[in-house]
Design a protein. Sequence first.
Length: 158
Amino acid sequence: MLTAPLNFPEAPPRNPGLDALRGSLVLLGSVTLTVTGDSMIPTLHHMKDAVVLAPYTDADWPPKRGQIVYAQRADGSQVMHRVLKAVSGGAILSGDGQVWLEGPIPRERIYAKVIMMRRNGRFIKADSPAVVLYGQVWLALRPLRRILFALVRAVKRI
């Protein structure tokens, strides 16, 4: 019987939706997706914003701090989060609307990178200086997110 070596990443469960996305990326070169979920608030809003994804290639490795990538978790679910840092063979990710970290996500499970965001009908390049600076500032504020989110909730109640 064959067994995987220790610390070898488990193969994630098959996911037909992700398979279709990966195939579309290969065929078309980019795919536009409407954002679902709140993990990237305040940067990206559920069912309001969209992103343009491009395939993540070996030439893109290692990911840049602040870059937004589309990856698959070990349980097979998909996530679009910001790269906090690259580690040996993977990356630590953080949703802008989260206080916890995810990963390391193995390189093999990072399938796409965000190259553009659509907000209010306008497309914004993900590598524009303003977007890159915003990402760096937001990552730097990560230790204060609990306080920031509590303040926003308090203001909304008023």
